[in-house]
Design a protein around this ligand. Sequence first.
Ligand SMILES: Cc1cc2nc3c(=O)[nH]c(=O)nc-3n(C[C@H](O)[C@H](O)[C@H](O)COP(=O)(O)OP(=O)(O)OC[C@H]3O[C@@H](n4cnc5c(N)ncnc54)[C@H](O)[C@@H]3O)c2cc1C
Length: 467
Amino acid sequence: MPDFDLLVIGSGPGGQRAAVAAAKLGRRVAVADRPDMIGGVCINTGTIPSKTLREAVLYLTGLTQRDLYGQSYRLKEEITVADLTARTQHVVSREVDVIRSQLTRNHIALLAGTGRFTDDHTVAVRDVTGQDRLVTAEHIVIATGTRPARPDSVEFDDRTIVDSDSVLNLETVPRSMVIVGAGVIGIEYASMFAALGSKVTVVEQRDAMLDFCDLEIVEALKYHLRELAVTFRFGETVAAVERHPRGTLTVLESGKRIPADTVMYSAGRQGLTDELDLDKAGLSADRRGRIAVDEHYRTTVPHIYAVGDVIGFPALAATSMEQGRAAAYHACGEAVNPMGHMQPIGIYTIPETSFIGRTEDQLTEERVPFEVGISRYRELARGQIIGDSHGMLKLLVSTEDRRLLGVHVFGTGATELIHIGQAVMGCGGTVDYLVDAVFNYPTLAESYKVAALDATNKLRQIGNLSG
Ligand SMILES: Cc1cc2nc3c(=O)[nH]c(=O)nc-3n(C[C@H](O)[C@H](O)[C@H](O)COP(=O)(O)OP(=O)(O)OC[C@H]3O[C@@H](n4cnc5c(N)ncnc54)[C@H](O)[C@@H]3O)c2cc1C
């Protein structure tokens, strides 16, 4: 008889949810992780610290209030790193506490240490003293996540040349900053530092950024970042990063040289699989450390699952949690619905943006006819009250059956508002539901009704003309 029914390697969102789901189904469960990493990248270095920092930036800079009180409005003139990080430690430790308590309440054994396979049912968990404990399990879930990828050619010192982990330990707010990589993390940090007044240059190899998002919204985001003095260098590759006593010089292959106090690399992440001895379990990972899985999150060894960032896109805490639950249910023989394409994407830039479903470009490429309904926050009473004049919500509506095909939101509350669209889409609702619904007034949620009216007015016009 194995020691546990389910052993989870990694206590991030994917691992936690897998463990709790299996425990709720009455299984004997254990989770292995380093004691200082309970809650994973999500709680310790990723989502939670960055979003707490963002909240502090918004509050202290008063940026979102400037439409109301004037461009010089600030809550605090000199914002220090101590101001910015004051809440982070508090929030992180409270979150770690919550997770520990959840694991304990559900009788999940927490094994302190890093795990590696010795065979396909056995994991050796090495504690801080170097002692190995062999643990056997009927099913195993790999939820080891990722770490920032660091090119060998760059000398990181974690003070002036940092990645998305060590950026949290900066001692001062840089006056100028180069961010290499215009992915979600790079652009989120670019907007935070730009809001703080740093002169930010974003260097991106590709010609575009966030190309999985709605093009119009990405354009709006770029416009806003440029307004905050962000410079974009698209289609440019970094040849070298030089560290000098008074700052850094980022040299591009095109010959440009960009001086800055700090350089932050945010050019992809590497799956944490190199220390797992995957081969001992009959598994392997790709060049970027990622593990391939099927629709049930099973690896090529059917009783071993992998969830979260270690399996790749979309690499979000939100999806990792659901993957963890789905894997545990499958391992326990419990029915679970597939996630499908109904996963929201939230990007906490300043302003934030979020979407669900397909984009205009995708629908056009797939030759799916659609109509667009738009609502702008400046036309909503709530938009005026909060001083958000740039926000917008866009509905993509099928001209064939009037169902929602996509919802895209930009501006205050986007990552919350998206869930209204998600609920309607998830229940197979049409745009008419939103036209008929009464929304609280004055709210930003009202933008759904305004956009729905816009879309249905256009649909009516098409109907009238085509008879
Ligand atoms: C800066 C930043 C901001 C982000 N913002 C957001 C956001 O706003 N919203 C969002 O949804 N997502 C966000 N993400 C992504 C989110 O953090 C990840 O998608 C999520 O943490 C992945 O969860 P996971 O379960 O794969 O495990 P992770 O959170 O990656 O944790 C993996 C855990 O496995 C442990 N581990 C690794 N190897 C071993 C081993 N051999 N033995 C034992 N334990 C091991 C690690 O110590 C770690 O604790 C952000 C990420 C970053 C870096």
